[in-house]
Structures are given as C-alpha cells and as structure tokens.
Design a protein around this ligand. Sequence first.
Ligand SMILES: NC(=O)c1ccc[n+]([C@@H]2O[C@H](COP(=O)([O-])OP(=O)(O)OC[C@H]3O[C@@H](n4cnc5c(N)ncnc54)[C@H](O)[C@@H]3O)[C@@H](O)[C@H]2O)c1
Length: 338
Amino acid sequence: MIRVGIVGLGFMGKMHFRCYQALEGVQVAAICDTDAARFEGQGGAVGNIEGAEAPLDFTGIARYDDFDRMLAESELDALSVTLPTYLHKPYTVKAFEAGLDVLCEKPMALTVADGQEMFAAARQSGKRLQIGHCIRFWPEYAAAKELITSGRYGQVTAATFQRLSLTPGWSWQGWILDGGKSGGAAVDLHIHDSDYVQYALGMPKAVFSRAARGPSNDYDHIVTQYLYDGDRAITAEGSWSMAPAFGFEMSFHVVLEKATLVYDCTRAPTFKVCPTEGEAFHPEVASGDGYSNEIEHFVKAVRGERVAEIITPQQSIDSLRLVLAEKRSAAAGELVYL
Ligand SMILES: NC(=O)c1ccc[n+]([C@@H]2O[C@H](COP(=O)([O-])OP(=O)(O)OC[C@H]3O[C@@H](n4cnc5c(N)ncnc54)[C@H](O)[C@@H]3O)[C@@H](O)[C@H]2O)c1
C-alpha cells in the first residue's frame, strides 16, 4: 500500500484526493492545510471543472496544519503539492529532503530558477518529480498526440488551441488574482496549451505574443504564435478574462496534411477526425480525465511499475520557460527566441 499525503486542500487538493481515493493500492494517509475549514468535508472550492463539489469524507486520515509535523509523523511514500504556485518550491524541496516522491501541480513554479532548484532537489534525493501537466493525460489530447506522432495523417501544417475561462474567484485569500503569486492567466492557465504545443510539436524556435492585462493585474488574456522552421501556423489563446456567464471552454484544431483533428469540450462527442478523403469519425479515446489519468500514472511509477515517459521535470521547466518568453514577447511587442 502506497501512503500518500496532500498539502493544500483547495480546488486541486480535493481533486487529487478524489483521484487517489478511486485507486486500489494507495491510501491518502495525511492531509495538511492551514485553513481548518477546508476539512469540513464540503467540496467547497468550485473551480472551473464540473463535478468537483461532491462532499468529501476524511475519516481515518490524519489532518495537519503544520507541514513539518505531517512529514515527521505520517510515514508517507509520496506527496501531492497542491498549494498556491508561489509555495510549490519550498514545500517540494522539503518533501524531497524527507525522501518522498512528489506530484506537484502546474505551473511548476513562477521562475525557471525555482523550477531548476526543484529538479535539483529531486535528483539529489533520487525520487520522482512529476508536474501536473494534466493535459498530456487528457484523453482527447493524448489521442491527438498519438495521431500526430504516428505520422498516419502526415505532418502538422497548422494548429490552434484555446482555453478560455471566467475569472477564477474561488482561490484561497484570492492568491490566483495576484499576478505576483500566480503569474496571471498566461502562466497559470495558458501554460496548459504552451506545454501541449511543446509536447506535440517540440519546442518552437521563437514566440510572438499579444496580451491584455486583466483582474490579476498581469497578462490575463494572451494570444501566441509559435514559430517553427517552415510554414507551420501554430497559435494558442488563453484567458480568464471571460464574463461569468461564459464559464469555461477548451478546444483545439490540428490541421495535418491528410486530416483535421477537432476537439471541443462543449460538444458531444468531443473529439473528431476529419480525413481529407472520406467521412468524419469519432475515434474511441481513453476513459477517465487528465487528473485521474496523471494520478494513476504517478502512483504506478511510485509503486515501481514501468510507465511511459509522458512528462519530465525538464519539459516542465521548458514549458515555464516558454510561457515566460510569451510574456516577454507581449511586453516588448517583438519576437522572443528560445
Ligand atoms: N491542473 C489543473 O488543471 C489546475 C487547476 C487549478 C489549479 N491548479 C494549480 O493547483 C495549485 C493550487 O490551486 P488551487 O486552485 O487548488 O488553489 P486554492 O486556493 O483552491 O487552494 C489552495 C489551498 O492551499 C492552502 N494553503 C495555503 N497556504 C498553505 C500552507 N502554507 N500550508 C498548507 N496549506 C496551505 C489553502 O488553505 C487552500 O486550501 C496552483 O498551483 C494552481 O495553479 C491546477
């Protein structure tokens, strides 16, 4: 039995909790949160994902408001770090010093230097560091990645990715709407698509971004062109400046030489392949969602099972590097080379 701890029981901490609870051979043994009200068992934080509000049962789980005590007393094997982003580094480094494997939420950190420190601590401890880039595990995105890399439909000539959200009003002490603590929507939300662009197409040579400031007083609506050799047209748009009634939408179009791949979370079925010849069809995709799949992957790896290499710490640092380059491009109004 793998003994897991969670630090930070907000929107994502609760999500991790539910995903661990659904798996065999893993036990959430301890949870730490400085806000006692988080343990009252309500879903509480709502976030922008449906179905996250069901009540939780913490019976038999050790509860802490002091992280050091949890580490000292709970005999954990692994830890989920689901704290506000500006706290990821110190808690992750401490967990490695205590000899745990760590699944830390994305974005890895707010600076590349902090991400590198986290990776160095992981290497020093010999333990696993997985960053929560759940879109790599999201069934439709994973299916698209497989179709792209298989070469079945030729090369990607163009692609566009969108992630648009109402303004997040649910975070603890409003940290997410403080650009200094979250990096704004560019770093917090849009990084999902920057990371996927890197995953599916490799690191671009350069980026050109336009961005608007929003409620976090940072870039909360960003549109980026990712530049590669050749004529590819690759763009992504991320925002949490949408009106409340808009809710949340994520989607993509990937244009290959012999097919167009379409995903839209608001449609059913969500994923469609449109070959250049013949009818469109809806391929089967894996079950679950990106959260449950990434957590299952983490647990398997902690257990010592062989798992595919889906997300590495270096790629997580590179995604941060990419999104920070996008912000610099927006600020300077010019291309930024990577
Ligand atoms: N993968 C995704 O799709 C996704 C979605 C949302 C958020 N996130 C990321 O997850 C992380 C957490 O975001 P969230 O929305 O859950 O935040 P949140 O505000 O809902 O929750 C943060 C929790 O941390 C607790 N906390 C704060 N300081 C603490 C401390 N020192 N010790 C223990 N607990 C402490 C708070 O009480 C709160 O319960 C962020 O990095 C965010 O970017 C990822």
